[in-house]
Write a protein that binds this ligand. Structure first.
Ligand SMILES: CC(C)(COP(=O)(O)OP(=O)(O)OC[C@H]1O[C@@H](n2cnc3c(N)ncnc32)[C@H](O)[C@@H]1O)[C@@H](O)C(=O)NCCC(=O)NCCS
Ligand SMILES: Nc1ncnc2c1ncn2[C@@H]1O[C@H](COP(=O)(O)OP(=O)(O)OP(=O)(O)O)[C@@H](O)[C@H]1O
Length: 213
C-alpha cells in the first residue's frame, strides 16, 4: 500500500481535488472532516475545548467562527487548540489506514502536512496550487472571511512556493475543473501502472492563466 499526503494552502482547491480522487475510487482520509466530526454536535472533544475556550461550544458543537476568533491571531491559543485536536485526528487516521490496508493507494488529505512535518510518514506528497490572486479571490468570497484573517492564516502556513518545491507532485487548480480532473486522472493512471518512482519526473509543470488586468 502507498499513502500519499495531499495538501495545499488555504483556498487552493485541496477539498475539490480530494473529491476527484475519491470519485476515482481512491480512499481519502479527510483530516478536516475528522476535525468537524470531533468538534460537531456530541463530538468527543467538546468538553476539552469548552474547558480551554469557555463559551465556544453549544448544542450544535463548536461555534467555529467564535473559536477561529479566539485562535487565529493568538499563537499560544492556537497551539493549545492543536494539542487538543491533533492527537484525536491521528487516532482516526490510524484507524482509517487499518480499515483500508488491502488497498493499493490511499490519499491522506492534510491541510497542515508540511507545517506539522507530516510528510515524513507519507510515501509521497501532492500539493494543489493556483496563482496567489486566484487563491485570494476564492478565499475572500467565503462568508466570515476578511483580508486580515486571510493574511493571518497565510502567515501560519508554509508558503505555496515552498510547498510546491517540497512536493513530489503538483496539481494545478488555477485552470478549469476539467483540466484539474485530467491531471488527477493522469497521475492516478501513472501511479497505478508504474509506481511512485517512475511518475515523479512528469509531475511538476503547470500552466496557469494570468491575473485579470
Ligand atoms: C479554529 C477552527 C475551529 C476554525 O474553523 P473554520 O471552519 O472557521 O476554518 P477552517 O477550519 O476551514 O480553516 C481555515 C483555514 O485555516 C487553516 N487552519 C486551520 N487550523 C490551522 C492551524 N492550526 N494552523 C494553520 N492553519 C490552520 C485551514 O487549513 C484553512 O486553510 C478550525 O480551523 C480548527 O479547529 N483548527 C484547529 C485544528 C486544526 O489544526 N485543523 C487543521 C488541520 S487538521
Ligand atoms: N480547477 C479547479 N480545481 C479546484 N478548485 C477549483 C477549480 N476552479 C475553481 N475552483 C474553486 O476553488 C475553490 C477551492 O475550494 P476548496 O474548498 O477545494 O479549497 P481548499 O484548498 O480545500 O480550502 P481550505 O484549505 O481553505 O479548506 C472552490 O470554490 C472550487 O470550486
Amino acid at each position: 500500500m502507498i499513502v500519499i499526503g495531499l495538501t495545499g494552502s488555504i483556498g487552493m482547491g485541496k477539498s475539490t481535488v480530494a473529491a476527484m480522487f475519491r470519485a476515482a475510487g481512491v480512499p481519502v482520509f479527510d483530516a478536516d472532516a475528522a476535525v468537524h466530526e470531533l468538534q460537531g454536535p456530541g463530538g468527543i472533544l467538546l468538553p476539552a475545548i469548552e474547558a480551554a475556550f469557555p463559551g465556544v461550544t453549544g448544542l450544535k458543537g463548536v461555534d467555529r467562527i467564535a473559536l477561529g476568533k479566539a485562535v487565529f491571531g493568538n499563537r499560544d491559543a492556537l497551539r493549545r487548540l492543536e494539542r487538543i485536536v491533533h492527537p484525536a485526528v491521528h487516532a482516526m487516521r490510524r484507524d482509517f489506514v487499518r480499515r483500508h490496508r488491502s488497498r493499493a493507494i490511499l490519499i491522506d488529505d492534510v491541510p497542515l502536512l508540511f507545517e506539522k512535518r507530516g510528510e515524513r510518514r507519507m510515501d509521497a506528497t501532492i500539493v494543489v496550487s493556483a496563482p496567489a490572486w486566484m487563491q485570494r479571490k476564492r478565499v475572500l468570497a467565503r462568508p466570515g472571511m476578511s483580508q486580515a484573517k486571510f493574511t493571518h492564516i497565510l502567515r501560519l502556513q508554509v508558503p505555496d512556493r515552498e510547498k510546491r518545491r517540497r512536493a513530489d507532485f503538483v496539481i494545478d487548480t488555477g485552470t478549469t475543473r476539467f483540466e484539474t480532473r485530467n491531471q488527477v486522472m493522469r497521475l492516478l493512471a501513472c501511479l497505478r501502472a508504474r509506481g511512485i518512482r517512475y511518475c515523479r519526473p512528469c509531475a511538476k509543470s503547470s500552466s496557469t492563466p494570468k491575473p485579470p488586468a
